[in-house]
Design a protein around this ligand. Structure first.
Ligand SMILES: Cc1cc2nc3c(=O)[nH]c(=O)nc-3n(C[C@H](O)[C@H](O)[C@H](O)COP(=O)(O)O)c2cc1C
Length: 154
């Protein structure tokens, strides 16, 4: 195993939840991608963060003030996690959504949803750290989808 593979393997020991980040691109089209880098950052002010791979086609569209939503997936939403991590002509096809602030697409029946505005962006190695200020949120009951060692645990 190369050092990079050993590093990935060790990182994979840390179990995380799974979320879909949604936002509208500059043409107003809905964009979504699966992330497990979401984490809480601050209670006062209310801030969260996630990290975007600098190879992502959305890297250049991230800008201060952009609205986005974090949709925390429930244990029965594994198919949604897979959809938003794979190439697909229309990732939202057949996915139930509702409209949030500024028409943000929100994944229906997500365990929790945080509607945010990009407050800060920082380069971190091969990722961009995106800090969002939470404008509105909701949460419900249920169990989360978990990701560990490269697999989903429902
Ligand atoms: C469980 C899981 C977690 C992921 N977490 C991240 C992440 O935190 N940041 C990221 O940029 N990509 C992450 N990805 C990869 C993206 O979902 C995937 O590369 C992306 O959807 C590729 O398409 P796009 O960049 O064209 O949207 C993750 C994928 C999976 C399956």
């Amino acid at each position: 195993m190369s050092d990079e593979e050993r590093f990935r393997h060790a990182l994979g020991e840390y179990a995380t939840g799974v979320a879909v980040v949604t936002f509208l691109n500059h043409n107003g089209a809905a964009i979504g991608l699966t992330v497990n880098s979401f984490t809480s950052l601050s209670l006062q002010p209310p801030l969260i963060l996630w990290c975007l791979d600098n190879l992502s086609e959305w890297y250049s569209q991230m800008k201060l003030g952009l609205a986005f939503a974090i949709n925390v997936l429930a244990s029965d939403q594994r198919d949604i996690a897979e959809r938003f991590a794979e190439p697909h002509p229309d990732r939202f096809d057949g996915i139930l959504t509702e409209s949030g602030l500024a028409d943000l697409p929100l994944v229906k029946n997500a365990l929790a949803t945080f509607e945010c505005v990009v407050e800060e962006m920082h380069k971190g190695g091969d990722h961009l750290i995106i800090i969002g200020r939470v404008a509105q949120f909701q949460s419900g009951d249920g169990s989360p989808l978990i990701f560990q060692r490269g697999v989903y645990l429902e």
